[in-house]
Write a protein that binds this ligand. Sequence first.
Ligand code: NAP
Ligand code: GLV
Length: 309
Amino acid sequence: MRILFHAADGNPEPWLAELRTVFPDAHLRVWQEGDNGPADYALVWKPPLEMLQQRAGLKAVFNLGAGVDAILQFGDALPQGVPIVRLDDAGMGVQMAEYVTYAVLRYFRRFDEFEAQARAGQWRFLKPHDKQDFAVGILGLGVLGSRIAQALAHFGFRLNGWSRTPKDLPGVQCHAGAQGFDEFLRSSRVLVCALPLTGETAGLLNRDTLGKLPQHSYLINVARGAHLVEEDLLKLVQNEHIAGATLDVFQQEPLPPAHPFRQEPRITITPHMAALTLRGDSVRQIAGKISAMERGEPIAGVVDRTRGY
Ligand code: NAP
Ligand code: GLV
C-alpha cells in the first residue's frame, strides 16, 4: 500500500512514525513538488492543488482535520470520484466542549467583567446573570456542535441549535434551515458557531444576523474566520449590542499584529486551537477506515462535495 502524506505546517516525521505503527508494510512518502507517482491513499492538511490534481487513481483522500474547506476550495479541479474523508471527532469533540464551556461560563459568571475590574483596581459586586435569560444557540449540530450541546446541558443552560436538516437532540430546541434562523437568533443570548465553511455559510455572522441577537449578547466562533464579517462584529461590540466575543479563527491567520481585534478588550482571541488534531487518535481512525475500505466495507465521514461538508 502506498500512502502519500502532506501537512502544510509542522514536521511530518512524527506522523510517519505513527503511521508505521499501524501500517508497518506500507510505503509511506511525504509529497514533494513534482511528485505525480502512484499512491493509494493521501493523508493531507491544507494540500496544494498540484498534489491532488492528477490523482484519479487514489482510493481516498483523508483530511487531517474536521473542516474540508481547504480542499473543496479547488472545486472541479479535484479528481472526480475520489472520496474525501474528514476526521470524525477523533478527540476533537471533547476539546471543543471544553473550549466553548469555558467561554460560556466566563460570560455567564461575568468573569470577563471581573477581570476588567481587577485590571482597573476595582472591587465591585455585579448581579449574576439570570440563566433563563442566557440561552446558548449553537450553529451546527454535527459531530462537534452536538458534543458542545451535551457539555453545556450539564450546567442547565437553555439550548438552541440550528442545522441544515431537522434534528431531534435531547434538551435542545432545534431549528433548521432559513425558516428557523431568525427565531433561533432572537432566542439565543450566546451564539456559538460550529458550522463548516461552505458557500452557504461564508459571511453568515454579519451585521444583520448578529443584530437579531438580543441586546448584550455574546459570540463564540470556533469554526472558520470566513464565517464572520469582522468589521461588522467590531461595530456591534463598540455600540455594545455584542457584549463580548471569543474568537478562535480569523479571516487571516495568524491574526495580523495591527488587527483592531487586538485592541478591543471585549474580544478574546486564541490562535486556532479550540480543537487540535490529535495524531494518535487520528491515525487510528484513518487506519480503521483504510482497513474497512480494503475489505470493501463502507466508511463514515465521506464528504458530500455538492453540500460542501
Ligand atoms: P459536521 O459534523 O459536518 O457538522 C456540521 C453541522 O453544520 C451539521 O449539523 C450541518 O447540518 C450544519 N450545517 C452545514 N451547513 C449548514 C447550513 N447551510 N445551514 C445550517 N446548518 C448547516 O462538522 P463538525 O465535525 O461538527 O465540524 C464543524 C466545523 O468546525 C468544521 O467544518 C471546522 O470548520 C470547524 N473546526 C474548527 C476547529 C478549531 O480548532 N477551531 C477544529 C475542528 C473543526 P446537518 O446536520 O443538517 O447536515
Ligand atoms: C480544524 O480547524 C479542523 O477543521 O479540524
